[in-house]
Ligand binder design. Structure first.
Ligand code: AMP
Length: 606
């Protein structure tokens, strides 16, 4: 395909309103793409290379501006390009506004004739730009890019500039590409007939489903389109989606769908060495997980960096970041760890964390000293050690496991590695999860992950099946009003603290007339040393003592975290903090400055 034809279609797509109309236009493009299908399936999303591919154009704005200015002739400088960019705000519009054609005419004249730029030419130039490396690479990249702009019309330059800077933005996302592939190549016979009937036949460029013309009027397009273009069948979309997840390569999936249909897509498999999109988590509460699933798989959330391990015992072990960058060379000890222990091909998902000499986790800043490091790796390794905590197994010895439930993937993981695996257990008990969270936080980890044991691995997706429960963002400052003595070995220190909020001027004060209304009992999140110090300190404020139970004069303010605030008949405030957790003593606050019942009411109703 001529690049000019792609540029025209890209412009039409950009100006199209309505999701379905965009899918139709992209499907049309794919159907007309012939040999350029793989490239075009990437270009529409602004990608020069497949998502899994580590190659990068590495063209910054100034290099692009320079190349554009050169192609626009002696009267235009890179500063002019930048001035225009400041005016119009978008590099494509700047490129399209430059008079490249005059120069193109001159050079074409010099070269003895015009030559049209094809999609394949642009792809080839991108490969050359990406492979230029070492000293002088900036100059080589600039020359290649200048060469492209020099051959391009203004309309073509709009999309070349956007592609090289990764700013395509024509409104085509992953879902559009997926649906367009399904619509272009997998629509069932019935829908082909339907569309042929409705197609006027005048503009038949081989697409099974055409949107005829996109039309000027967006509303009209939406109306027309619903008649002429039907959403591709669900099962076709699912087949494409699966192949996209597995291969991470829209170009290849489009080509397989066209050339081998649904059966072909079913044969797209994971490849050891080719990274897969990482499954992502949403923020969520313990109660959400317990209510939503039959059981909850609970794991430590490590404060490290995501790492996908691709291990081929007969070949290499490679590590990829969450963005699918190859980070193998930065983390040799993780490579060695896996290579020494695993003798079947596997793809594992996990976290790389920094640890001290005792194996305790170090803060995330230390992870950054190692992750992605290109130089002085050996020296950095001496100052910060990295360890793997694998938590998933996506491929095991020739078998793809993306569609297997988490419980099975974890079982496989255990057969692969007996150490370096994330701590995890399955439960239905919310309190048990709350207790585990406190332990994990005390050990210095970031928090916990809650996962549905039945869930499959949705590569590259942020779903409801993985919930990240980080320590509370919101905390309350509460007055310590009472305590229970501990038991056994801990009988001489307080074990549980009753905490309350300020009732202020309200007449709904606590029943006993005190100024503070109880909102919960805090027993977790306090280290032994802190407990000793708190006991010492609160002892002098004891007002009454009755068996195990002590009441204090208001004196000390705790900052406490919690998961949510529930209405509850248990305490005189009418509210209870769910999973309250000690954070610190607010030395700067007196009991009068503690949070009020009003604030609790407000937070509870949010
Ligand atoms: P966030 O970066 O806050 O969105 O949290 C999700 C990230 O937590 C993942 O991308 C992983 O890098 C990290 N993580 C740490 N431990 C786990 C675990 N056990 N399961 C899944 N992700 C984890």
């Amino acid at each position: 395909m001529e690049f000019a034809a792609f540029a025209d279609r890209a412009r039409a797509i950009e100006e199209t309103d309505g999701d379905l109309a965009v899918v139709a236009a992209v499907a049309d493009l794919f159907a007309a793409a012939d040999d350029d299908l793989e490239t075009l399936a990437r270009f529409v999303q602004g990608r020069a290379f497949p998502a899994w591919d580590d190659r990068k154009l590495d063209v910054g704005p100034s290099l692009c501006h320079e190349a554009l200015a050169r192609a626009a002739g002696p009267n235009v400088t890179a500063d002019d390009v930048e001035d225009r960019l400041a005016d119009v705000g978008e590099i494509g519009a700047v490129a399209a506004s430059l008079d490249l054609d005059g120069q193109q005419g001159l050079s074409a004249f010099g070269a003895g004739g015009g030559d049209d730029l094809s999609v394949a030419d642009v792809h080839e130039a991108f490969v050359a730009i990406a492979t230029a490396s070492g000293s002088g690479s900036a100059g080589a990249k600039a020359d290649h890019l200048f060469g492209l702009f020099n051959r391009a019309s203004s309309a073509e330059a709009r999309y070349i500039a956007r592609l090289v800077l990764g700013e395509m933005r024509i409104g085509v996302g992953d879902g559009t590409v997926r649906d367009a592939i399904a619509a272009a190549f997998l629509a069932d016979d019935e829908s082909v007939e339907k569309n042929e009937e409705e197609d006027d036949g005048e503009d038949d460029d081989g697409a099974q489903l055409t949107l005829s013309e996109l039309g000027e009027d967006a509303d009209a397009v939406e109306d027309d389109e619903t008649e002429a273009f039907e959403r591709p069948p669900e099962d076709a979309v699912t087949a494409v989606e699966r192949a996209l997840q597995v291969s991470n390569d829209a170009g290849r999936v489009a080509a397989v769908a066209r050339d081998a249909g649904r059966d072909g897509l079913g044969n797209v498999h994971l490849e050891v060495g080719r990274p897969v999109g990482a499954m992502l988590a949403q923020a969520g509460a313990i109660t959400d997980a317990v209510e939503a699933w039959d059981a909850v798989a609970v794991e430590t959330k490590y404060d490290g960096a995501r790492v996908q391990v691709h291990h081929d015992p007969g070949g290499e072990t490679r590590l990829f970041s969450r963005n699918m960058e190859d980070v193998t060379d930065a983390l040799p000890e993780i490579v060695e760890f896996v290579a020494d222990r695993v003798d079947v091909p596997v793809i594992l998902d996990g976290e790389a964390l920094a640890v001290d000499d005792d194996g305790d986790p170090l803060p995330f800043q230390r992870v950054l000293e190692r992750f992605r490091r290109k130089h002085d790796v050996a020296r950095a390794r001496e100052s910060v050690a990295m360890e793997l905590r694998a938590f998933d197994c996506l491929h095991h010895d020739g078998e793809d496991l993306l569609d297997a439930p988490l419980s099975e993937r974890q079982a496989r993981l255990e057969t692969v590695l007996s150490e370096g695996v994330s701590e995890s257990f399955v439960t239905t008990d919310a309190d048990e999860i709350g207790e585990f969270e406190v332990e994990v936080l005390d050990e210095g980890h970031e928090g916990i992950m809650l996962k549905d044991p039945e869930s499959t691995y949705s590569a590259g997706k942020r779903g409801q099946e993985w919930l990240k429960r980080k320590p509370d963002v919101e905390t309350l400052d509460v007055v310590v009003t009472g305590a229970e003595w501990g038991e056994g070995r801990r009988a001489n220190v307080f074990g549980t603290f009753e905490v309350g909020v300020h009732v202020a001027e309200r007449d709904t004060a606590a029943e006993d007339g005190s100024e503070y209304a109880t909102v919960g009992k805090v027993a977790t999140g306090i280290t032994d040393a802190e407990l000793d110090a708190l006991t010492e300190r609160l002892r002098e404020h004891v007002a009454t003592e009755d068996g195990q139970t002590v009441r204090f004069e208001p004196a000390v303010v705790f900052e406490v975290g919690y998961e949510e605030i529930q209405t509850s008949p248990t305490y005189d405030s009418g509210y209870a903090l769910r999973f309250p957790r000690y954070v610190a003593v607010r030395e700067d606050k007196s009991p009068d400055d503690a949070d009020s019942l009003e604030r609790v009411e407000r937070l509870a109703s949010e």
